[in-house]
Design a protein around this ligand. Structure first.
Ligand SMILES: N=CN[C@@H](CCC(=O)O)C(=O)O
Ligand SMILES: [Zn+2]
Length: 417
């Protein structure tokens, strides 16, 4: 199978030298070719260049992209798309004045989702989750991290892992599973949290590792959930099975999760709606990337991560959807790119870098995904006609995606509007 796309108005994120992370001021640069072509064979990018240098290539499929932009598909490095049902009633509770914490304290929130998931069959959970996956692929996402964490029991967590494995086997999108081993404390352990930590470290993590589906472990390190000591015990247990941390930190409170993540060589520290200078210092010189989740800030009306401050400190930044039923029920990376510009003061170039190369880095796959580079995977978005890539974040809440190519296969063609 070979595909040639011709007459591309702007081919975005073209990097002849494979780039796996962009830090600080490097994020300002977004290399583009104007009036370009790209040629792919099977699942691989083979060649690209200017139309004026275009030589005759015999491809099975030729797509004329006159007036359109082509870019790498989005790399969404933080989602919870395997869940059962929804939490629309809590959404209305929040509109009526309850906070996220109020809802959690009365047994809602993550515990509500866990109850629903435990009661849902594996087949039904798969069907609900794969629909969300297909929706986000249609919006331009080609690589996605999916966390467990709504099980809260070994049985239900393993069910989630099996669902993620099936999605990974059956979808063309690349899926990176993460064991969110510690997401909330079940009611029956409220008076004995240590026993639950032991259950996680001694039973859940070993049994999950046995399935050999994931390379990452996550903890919700936050007041009222898992403190620094709990988090460290869980990361150490994960480390015994070579599970690298990708952790939820600094969503509502600063409790030292960033320094802890760096100490344990976390691939990413995610959320960071709250951040101080010590956190920034801790990140410097590390291999840990910060992941901002502007959809969560929007939906919960909490502060946006200070992406500007993180980038200006010379650090790398990724952005992701956090797609989940409680704090961000949207998997639209186009919106996330726009919110990063409007609310976090990233330039369009920085936001697109954060959602492609750096998103791929935050999943450990940036050697093969996230840029237009010879030899990398053929995962692309072809936009609707537009004059400049800045229209992607500018026309917020519009769908800029016309067609998606994943692993060398053309998946979606939206009718032109
Ligand atoms: N903060 C922890 N976990 C999710 C929300 C979970 C939920 O509310 O269901 C998040 O990343 O925002
Ligand atoms: Zn999350």
């Amino acid at each position: 199978m070979s595909i040639l796309i011709t007459n591309i108005k702007q081919l975005i994120q073209v990097r002849d030298v494979n780039t796996t992370i962009l830090k600080g001021s490097e994020m300002k640069e977004l290399p583009i070719l104007e009036n370009a072509y790209i040629y792919m064979e099977h699942d691989t990018i083979i060649e690209y260049g200017l139309m004026e240098d275009h030589y005759s290539i015999d491809a099975e499929t030729v797509i004329d992209a006159t007036g359109k932009i082509v870019l790498p598909s989005w790399c969404d490095s933080h989602t919870h798309i395997v869940y059962a049902g929804d939490r629309t009633s809590e959404f209305v509770d929040r509109i009526n004045g309850l906070s996220y914490a109020d809802i959690a304290n009365k047994g809602g929130g993550i515990l509500n989702s866990a109850k629903k998931l435990q009661e849902t069959s594996e087949e039904e959970l798969y069907q609900q989750s794969v629909k969300r996956l297909n929706d986000l692929i249609a919006m331009g996402t080609g690589a996605v991290e999916i966390k467990t964490g709504y099980g809260l029991t070994v049985e239900a967590e393993l069910k989630m892992l099996r669902v993620i494995k099936r999605m990974k086997q059956e979808s063309l999108a690349i899926i990176i599973p993460t064991l969110l081993a510690a997401h909330a404390i079940p009611e029956e352990y409220h008076s004995n949290k240590q026993e639950y930590i032991k259950y996680i470290t001694d039973e859940l993590i070993p049994k999950a590792a046995e399935l050999n589906i994931t390379n990452y472990v996550d903890v919700f390190c936050e007041e009222g959930y898992f403190d620094i000591n709990d988090t460290e015990a869980i990361l150490e247990a994960g480390n015994k099975y070579n599970l690298r941390p990708k952790i939820h930190v600094n969503q509502f409170n600063i409790v030292g999760g960033i320094a802890l993540g760096v100490k344990h060589n976390a691939l990413s520290v995610d959320h960071l709606e709250e951040i101080n200078d010590d956190d920034i210092e801790a990140l410097k010189g590390s291999e840990t990337i910060s992941v901002a989740l502007p959809g969560c800030s929007y939906f919960l009306s909490i502060p946006y991560t200070q992406g500007r401050k993180i980038i200006d400190a010379g650090l790398p930044l990724a952005i992701a959807t956090d797609y989940n039923p409680g704090s961000s029920p949207s998997g639209n990376m186009n919106f996330v790119v726009s919110a990063a510009c409007v609310k976090m003061r990233l330039t369009p170039e920085e936001a697109i870098n954060a959602a492609t190369v750096n998103g791929a880095y935050a999943m450990g796959i940036s050697n093969m995904y996230g840029s237009i580079t010879r030899g990398k995977k053929a995962n692309l978005i072809i936009t609707k006609p537009m004059n400049h890539y800045s229209e992607i974040p500018y026309a917020f809440a519009h769908n800029p995606v016309e067609q998606v190519i994943i692993n060398g296969q053309v998946l979606v063609k939206h009718s032109e509007q």
